[in-house]
Ligand binder design. Structure first.
Ligand SMILES: N[C@@H](CCC(=O)N[C@@H](CS)C(=O)NCC(=O)O)C(=O)O
Length: 214
């Protein structure tokens, strides 16, 4: 399989955690021509990473890819338990993508102090922190977010929090995590697939930041 991805991409890290958890063979390649280019959009119409190629199959959208991997390679399952448990796992995964991560993404435009709008930046940072606080009422880690094993729910948050910690230090802010998220973080970053992928994405992000973030 080929995963079109780059090491600093948090959504790519999310799918890599699934691939590594399932111990699948894959090759990570940068999107041909770069993401959102006409060349890449011939392969992946939305132009986003990650995208997965598996024989004739070529698709994007991280949750779709994880569900595809779960159907084609069921063990270990990343959606498991009763329909209600699986719905909760999808819900928490979706909470990350729709309600939490976009507020972090909106801060990217303010990394350069020369073009920073402090009021707008603070609004995004406050909202991102609110959405982290909200997680406390959505989960009951046991010890993973939705059960006793890693699931689709656990795949996206690790790289987003790693990036957030690096980025917020640039803005002189600190992330605050509630007790449930802290307990989950103590466990999840020790999971071999999560550790491997987040160690690599942290190193790549630091290189990118030290090189001026261009
Ligand atoms: N909803 C998408 C989001 C993926 C995404 O935003 N990827 C970023 C890189 S982390 C990207 O490709 N950005 C390029 C663009 O938005 O054109 C998913 O879950 O895969």
């Amino acid at each position: 399989m080929i995963l079109y991805a780059i090491p600093i991409s948090t959504y790519s890290a999310k799918v890599r955690i699934a691939l590594e958890t399932k111990r699948l063979d894959y090759r990570m390649e940068p999107p041909p021509g770069g993401y959102s280019t006409p060349e890449y959009m011939q392969l992946v119409p939305l132009g986003t990473i990650p995208a997965l190629v598996d024989g004739d199959f070529c698709c994007s959208e991280s949750d779709v890819l994880i569900e595809y991997l779960d159907e084609t390679h069921p063990e270990p399952a990343l959606l498991y338990g009763s329909p209600a448990q699986r719905a909760q796992q999808r819900f928490v995964a979706r909470y990350h993508d729709i309600w939490l991560e976009p507020h972090l993404r909106r801060t990217f435009a303010h990394v350069d102090p020369a073009t920073r709008d402090e009021a707008e930046l603070n609004g995004h940072l406050d909202k991102f922190q609110d959405r982290i606080d909200k997680i406390e009422s959505l989960i009951d880690p046991s010890p993973y977010l939705c059960g006793n094993k890693i699931s689709i729910a656990d795949c996206a948050f690790p790289a987003t929090f790693t990036l957030a910690e690096l980025l917020l230090s640039v803005f002189d802010r600190e992330l605050r995590f509630g007790p449930k998220v802290r307990a989950w973080r103590d466990v999840v970053y020790r999971h071999p697939a999560v550790k491997k992928v987040t160690d690599e994405s942290r190193a790549a992000t630091l290189d990118w930041m030290n090189s001026g973030g261009g």
